[in-house]
Design a protein around this ligand. Structure first.
Ligand code: FAD
Ligand code: 2HG
Ligand code: ZN
Length: 499
């Protein structure tokens, strides 16, 4: 895990005292389970999902009401105690855990659905509701949450909003900047800002909630979310395809948009290396496997296509969708754009196919660590970054799948290619400064040169704090700092991160 030799604790922040802990117990009204000081219990809150970053917090607070959050923040602000808001702790940029001894404020005890209107589709929830729980609640009413991602079983709706998560269906449902209608936010001085009753249309001056969407816990704590949810599609199909080149991935995307148009709900791509990593974790035969034999460890290799594509369609009329997908597949197979494919409709097959895509994040971490780069790039050059990184790692003699003396297992590319979003994962046998120095700032320079963004959907957090300038101009960075000073003059909210 990361240690921070070049970083100093900000001496303006107070150190936690017994009197502070007493005060928090008072605020939480004798709710002892809401005040965590035991070092074993604190481990979860001090370590991120990748096991890459570690904090040293001595206290995690779990308020149950917005009023309690307000009193906690006011106390922290008055006493200059630094705070890290934490949702499900699934963030991938080290933003959700403390760097030094900041207090963790976990939203996990604020987990009720507040209301749902089945005419407008407006859902109002506490920030700590788990994404999958929200979606299952909506499913019972014939609706769907307009965001889906691999961490749905643990991440919070509040965490999703705080990171402006994109996920697997952004192509269809758009970003949270469009679907979130209102928020309840607690500012560092304890002020509660409430726009939970906002309606679909509301042009009354600045849209203040937007500032908190994607703010990564640096401006305030999101305690409530109001979000517009679409009707749940009645028919869902997935096609899992093998193609011969990255050009063919793009050609397939163009044709899918043209022919599937309004029923296209996801367009994802995976390179072969990512499927090899997934095969090592899933240990089942690949969806496009013919008769590959498993090796002695139960792993069977995916077929030799350099790229795979997962297309999802969602609509209201099964016959119509089936016919459209069938005709699309006939066309792309006949003209040679696509070389092989399988289609599935039943629930359990759909889940299996998604696993070969959603599981890559976890699979790339299975050998001891992973360096993740979540980037936006113009589509024509998107995959070139993966090739450039592979070449560079080979030049430094750092990469081998089979030779365990090399620190890097493989570099793989996959992601939401329909949104111009590549996930480059460098799977390693352990975190290693030599590898990191070869990757950074090389990757960020490459992205800047090709007019991309160093964060497409995961945010900046701690990982990218020194690299913001590769995407944002000096003028923009100054405006960001001005806003931070305005909302959080003492700088107590999620310090040492990207601002
Ligand atoms: P945390 O990790 O707890 O926090 C993330 C950040 O938000 C931190 O800076 C934290 O301080 C802040 N924060 C959390 N809650 C609040 C709050 N209530 N108020 C203020 N600030 C808060 N991301 C995507 O965009 N698309 C994907 O497809 C995707 N897939 C993923 C798959 C896996 C397997 C994993 C592990 C992660 C994935 N992610 C993806 C990363 C993504 O950012 C998170 O999964 C999710 O959005 C974070 O929610 P969380 O509740 O876990 O937040
Ligand atoms: C995904 O799309 C997530 O699977 C995770 O955003 C990506 O782990 C990653 O790099
Ligand atoms: Zn993603």
């Amino acid at each position: 895990s990361e240690s921070y030799p070049n970083l100093e604790r900000n001496k303006d922040f107070a150190k936690l005292s017994d009197a502070d802990i007493e005060a928090f117990k008072q605020i939480l009204g004798g709710n002892a389970s809401g005040v965590i000081t035991n070092s074993d219990d604190l481990l979860f809150f001090n370590e991120d999902w990748m096991r890459k970053y570690k904090g040293q917090s001595q206290l995690c607070l779990k308020p149950k009401t917005t009023e309690q959050v307000s009193q906690i923040l006011k106390y922290c602000n008055d006493h200059k105690l630094a705070v890290v808001p934490q949702g499900g702790n699934t963030g991938l940029v080290g933003g959700s855990i403390p760097v030094f001894d900041e207090i963790v404020l976990s939203l996990s005890n604020m987990n009720s659905v507040r209301s749902f209107d089945n005419v407008s589709g407006i859902l109002k929830v506490d920030a700590g509701v788990v994404l999958e729980t929200a979606d299952m609640y909506l499913a019972e009413q014939g609706f769907i949450f307009p965001l889906d991602l691999g961490a749905k079983g643990s991440c919070h709706v509040g965490g999703n909003v705080a990171t402006n998560a994109g996920g697997l269906r952004l192509l269809r449902f758009g970003s949270l900047h469009g679907s979130v209608l209102g928020l309840e936010v607690v500012l560092p001085d304890g002020t509660i800002v409430n726009s939970m009753d906002a309606l679909r249309k509301d042009n009354t001056g600045y849209d203040l909630k937007q500032l908190f969407i994607g703010s990564e816990g640096t401006l305030g704590i999101i305690t409530g979310v109001s979000i517009l949810c679409p009707a749940r599609p009645k028919a869902v199909n997935i096609a899992f395809l093998g193609v011969e080149s990255y050009e063919a991935v793009q050609e397939t995307f163009k044709k899918a948009k043209n022919e599937l148009s309004e029923i296209l709900s996801a367009f994802e791509f995976m390179d072969r290396s990512s499927q090899v990593l997934a095969a090592h974790m899933i240990k089942q035969s690949h969806p496009l496997a013919q008769d590959e034999e498993p090796d002695s460890t139960g792993v069977s290799q995916p077929p030799e296509y350099p790229f795979y594509v997962l297309i999802e369609t969602s609509g209201s009329n099964k016959d119509h969708d089936d016919a459209k997908l069938e005709s699309f597949l006939e066309n792309v197979m006949e003209d040679g754009t696509v070389s092989d494919g399988t289609v599935s409709q039943d629930e359990s097959q759909l889940r299996t196919l998604w696993r070969w895509r959603e599981g890559i994040a976890e699979a790339s971490n299975q050998f001891g660590g992973v360096y993740k780069y979540d980037v936006s790039l113009p589509l024509p050059v998107l995959y070139e970054l993966v090739e450039a990184v592979k070449v560079r790692l080979a030049e430094h003699d750092l990469i081998s799948f089979d030779d365990a003396s090399k620190p890097v297992v493989d570099a793989v590319g996959y992601g939401h290619v329909g949104d111009g979003n590549l996930h480059l994962n460098v799977s390693v046998r352990g975190y290693n400064k030599d590898v990191e120095k070869v990757l950074e700032p090389f990757v960020y320079e490459w992205i800047q040169e090709h007019k991309g963004s160093i964060s497409a959907e995961h945010g900046l957090g701690f990982q990218k704090k020194n690299y913001v300038g590769y995407t944002k101009s000096d003028v923009e960075i100054k405006l960001i700092k001005d806003l931070k000073k305005h909302y959080d003059p003492n700088g107590i909210m999620n310090p040492y991160k990207y601002i």
